[in-house]
Design a protein around this ligand. Sequence first.
Ligand code: ADP
Length: 449
Amino acid sequence: MFQRILVANRGEIALRIIRACRDLGIEVACVYSEADKDAPYLKLADQAICIGPGPAVDSYLRVDRIIAAAEITNAQAIHPGYGFLSENSKFASICRDCKIEFIGPPPEAMDAVGNKEKGKQLAKKAKVPTVPGSDGLVTSDEEALKFAHQVGYPVLIKASAGGGGRGMRVARNDITLVSGLASARQEAESAFKDGSVLLEKYLDQPRHVEVQVLGDRYGNVIHLYERDCSMQRRHQKLVEESPAPNLPEKVRDNICDAAVRLARAAGYYSAGTCEFLVDKDNNFYFIEVNARVQVEHPVTELVTGVDLIREMIRVAAGEKLRYRQKDIVLRGAAIECRINAEDPANNFRPSAGTITKWQPPGGPGIRMDSHVVTGYRVPPNYDSMVAKLLVHQPTRDEAIAVMRRALREFTVEGIATTIPIHQQIMSTAEFINGTVDTTFIERRLMAGK
Ligand code: ADP
């Protein structure tokens, strides 16, 4: 086992990894940018190393500085968390060259599924259904128009390297297709330095169901069932839960099997997620692999009892998976609300500033993953998530009741948060009945606002 790990991330996931290291008796160092210099979780690490100014390109994305930090702190392994360098196969290879263990999948597997186009090609080989789409990248307007006329509008333009909904456009006719292609390319080029795009049939009000997979270096791959992440705003997840409500057992089994097949085909190990869309007839279609631990991983931890961060560390250290598929049993229902420093009353504008009062909920059935305390200043440089509020109960109805109680207890002053929107969600009939699709927020909750 490692003696010391470097955390190459910030915020709640940095704290989550620090905690996992402590639980395993491993020393832990953590990098930080000048904008995070007062972050309270840094005191919980054995060492903290400043890697540059606030902008991520000058700090959390600087491979040279992170490798230097690992060397200075004598860390044998780096946990990249999510975002930043977590899905950068070059970074993973550089770690390997520097004889530092990258706590994640091998660079070859990252390359095999590293963008949406490659992921879909591999899925086809592994006999996993994909959303009808352009065969390969779209290189000309003519090609795009031909595809759209074949499958019919609406179609979705996607950046192959995309993430966070960037580089994505819905086109409903020839004119918006051609203009959307140009703007999606531009957006992708500036966000990901890769302007390549693909086209997909835009599915009608699908659900988002994703499968957690976990593998070791010896070819053992298991799934830890699914999460439903259909409650989204602008293709960004707001609420995640497991198990997915109203998903027939047979469909669940088939999706989970497909995810394992895909991970195997990629030579994947560590934790990863295969994302699918599910239509009204419960047909499912693969959309992409997230080759890292995800924000919503604690939902799965609650219902399976498996600590995914610990398992990632063990796998990286060369241990064999300590679970077989039959050891993984879903217990109860878990829900996560992402609490963001955004103002729902003002079109979800980011709300940076100092938190003058932070009083999180407690009591039975609650897990809070947050790096925030009273007096914390939310830096404007990074994503706006300040907490993940999770509940775990024997039944979904009880989980919703506990989440409502928790949201009511949760007091935050000084900044605006998404707590009010979660309160609204937890009281809507569609969420309570488990019939939400990915367009629900825009169609229903935001309508008329
Ligand atoms: P990103 O990597 O930018 O997050 P994804 O491919 O993961 O993009 O898709 C994000 C969300 O966009 C999905 O959860 C879903 O709501 C929507 N989406 C993606 N592909 C389609 C599609 N073909 N039809 C309808 N909605 C889609």
